[in-house]
Design a protein around this ligand. Structure first.
Ligand code: GTP
Ligand code: SPV
Ligand code: MN
Length: 586
């Protein structure tokens, strides 16, 4: 396979000349090709086979111990001016970015194979989908892209027809963190990534294309590219509502997207559309419609067990790639929170010893095709996507944020999204458990200035007649002993039920300064083991804490200077004033 598209051929030739690979291989995306690459990697030790009986077609990859998560400090957006990238991004001028990357890429593929991966983000036939080509020297990236995207011949055919595509150049380089960079050139629709073979740094269709480049394009073209799951919730009456939820990395998207209803809500059905990324477009009827650009999952392994997420647990029993998990004596994958088996070797391949830290890396991941998911929606391939009833923001907060509340308007909802803050997780390199601002869960992924991004969000007021309602959730409130107040996982459906009932104007709430909160009795707790005190705490707010939070949000938004939309600051002042009144009346 090669291509009849001259611009693509010219780019591949030029990259090959610069990086000096031994061989060039055009990926067809076939199952045979996948198996051949797996065999090659089993031979050279890049992969090892897991227990064939319990985990057919499952493989383990242990990455370099220095290369286990996204590297936000080495991720850059190269726009003409620094202002356009915004303080939410690291910036380099396009000229400097190119100079740096050209130097690092020179000769980097000597002795290696250059793989050309044509891919399509979104259903092949959808007008909302966008194509790209990733060039990589990592066969591990190729097999992951096969599971995560619509990759190969069909994508190439669409690229040749359209003539445009996002160019993604990737090399694992020498894995030295000093020579690792993930660089984006949004105006050129191009990405260059070197020095990492891990997840979001290397599978360029995902965060680099479908979020950073796509968010930049979406602003120019009037749509949204977001770090959101998409899930369909079918009530016992057969009505289906689709909701899109933006939670920061490792804060519960995959789990919510394939939730299993608790016994008391057994007559509800849950359908997964996507677990990480949503592309949202206003349609002709004034609704917001969503597609999932991906076709597989790169999900957090630790914590997955038959009680927390049976769908995910079953889904990764076959045809899955495990990265950085531990293994048992009989080569079954093992991780913290699996609640079955004992580790024999840890994620670095060493004999497991308790003093060496967790057996599986906290950011160990599974890669599987969405076809493995027992509740994959039959609308996931629908070219027009699904209409969204509610947008839900959330984060990991020990305190301050209640279990759930509803924003008072679209503009207020944008403030709620902009105010998302969350404890950091192992998904990125750095300290874990520190609260940081993560507006719309897009801090690592917005390809341009956040102030312009907030204006873009506000602009949907005029673009879209039937805007979704906006909510905020927090599954991670803790008591003084550090226990979670809310059981989470499947029980989260009880909160989603309230959200849907609010959309249908049939659930109660009380108005507070920060939005509409449920009374404790507005949440369906039939059969739920939760104390009245815990439920009271989950459904109440501390006005003084909220006021401090609002003040710090105001300072944060103003730190973006005069690009910050005045409307957002007006919304913040309004909430602040209401909180002052609440405190005065207390
Ligand atoms: P990314 O793939 O990094 O974007 O993450 P994600 O948002 O998809 O997070 P995921 O669903 O994989 O969850 C991350 C971690 O949070 C896992 O260890 C889960 O077990 C845990 N988790 C998910 N949902 C809940 C919940 O409702 N309650 C609690 N306590 N933990 C949860
Ligand atoms: C995230 O960090 O939000 C992920 C995992 O979804 S990665 O693909 O590595 O970015
Ligand atoms: Mn993510």
């Amino acid at each position: 396979m090669t291509t009849k598209l001259a611009s693509l051929q010219a780019w591949v030739d030029q990259v090959a000349k610069h990086t000096q690979p031994d061989t060039i291989y055009w990926c067809s995306g076939s199952d045979d090709e996948y198996q051949q690459l797996v065999r090659k990697m089993l031979e050279d030790g890049t992969l090892s086979a897991l227990n064939e009986e319990t985990h057919p077609n499952c493989y383990l990859h242990l990455s370099d111990p220095n290369d286990v998560a996204r590297v936000e400090h080495l991720t850059y957006v190269c726009t003409e001016t620094e202002e356009d990238a915004g303080q939410n991004n690291n910036w380099m001028s396009p000229a400097d970015g190119h100079a740096k990357m050209d130097e690092l890429f020179a000769g980097c593929m000597r002795g290696r194979t250059l793989y050309v991966i044509p891919y399509c983000m979104g259903p092949i036939g959808s007008r909302f989908s966008r194509c790209g080509v990733e060039i990589t020297d990592s066969p591990y990236v190729v097999i992951n892209m096969k599971l995560m995207t619509r990759m190969g011949a069909e994508a190439l055919a669409r690229i040749e027809k359209e003539g445009t595509f996002v160019k993604g150049l990737h090399s694992t380089g020498d894995l030295d963190p000093e020579r690792r960079f993930i660089m984006h050139f949004p105006n050129e629709l191009s990405i260059m990534s070197i020095g990492s073979g891990y997840g979001g740094n290397a599978l360029l269709g995902k965060k680099c294309h479908a979020l950073r480049i796509a968010s930049y394009q979406a602003r120019q073209e009037g749509w949204l590219a977001e770090h959101m799951l998409i899930v369909g919730l079918e009530s016992p009456e057969g009505a289906v509502h689709y909701i899109a939820c933006a939670f920061p990395s490792a804060c519960g998207k995959t789990n919510l997207a394939m939730l299993i209803p608790p016994a008391e809500l057994h007559d509800w059905k849950v359908w997964t559309l996507g677990d990480d990324i949503a592309w949202l477009h206003p349609d002709e009827t004034g609704k917001l419609r969503a597609i999932n650009p991906e076709s597989g999952y790169f999900g957090v392994v630790p914590g997955t067990n038959p009680k927390t997420n049976k769908n995910a647990y079953d889904m990764i029993m076959h045809d899955a790639i495990f990265t950085n998990v531990a293994t048992t004596d009989d080569d079954e994958p093992w991780w913290e929170g699996k609640e079955d088996g004992t580790p024999a070797r840890d994620w670095q391949g060493r004999d497991y010893k308790e003093g060496n830290g967790p057996a599986a890396h906290p950011n160990s991941r599974f890669t599987v095709s969405a076809k493995n998911n027992p509740c994959y929606s039959n609308l996931a391939d629908e070219p027009e996507g699904v209409p969204i009833s509610a947008i839900v923001f959330g984060g990991r907060r020990k305190n301050v944020a209640p279990l759930v509340y509803e924003a008072k308007s679209w503009e207020h909802g944008v403030l709620v999204g902009a105010g998302t803050a969350s404890e950091t997780t192992a998904a990125m390199v750095g300290e874990v458990g520190v609260i940081r601002r993560d507006p719309m869960a897009m801090k690592p992924f917005c390809g341009y200035n956040f102030a312009d991004y907030w204006s873009h969000w506000l602009s949907f007021k005029d673009r879209t007649k039937h805007l979704p309602k906006v909510f905020n959730v927090n599954w991670f409130r803790q008591n003084d002993d550090g226990d979670f107040l809310w059981p989470g996982f499947g029980e989260n459906l009880r909160v989603l039920q309230w959200i849907i009932d609010r959309c249908e104007h049939r659930a109660g709430a009380r108005e507070t300064a920060i939005g509409y909160l449920p009374h404790p009795y507005d949440i369906n707790t039939i059969g739920l083991d939760i104390s009245a005190e815990a439920l009271d705490e989950l459904t109440s707010i501390d006005s003084v804490q909220c006021r401090n939070e609002m003040i710090s949000l105001g300072e944060y938004m103003q730190s973006y200077g005069n690009r910050t939309p005045a409307e957002l600051l007006r919304q913040q002042q309004k909430v602040l004033k209401a909180l002052d009144e609440e405190i005065a009346n207390a």
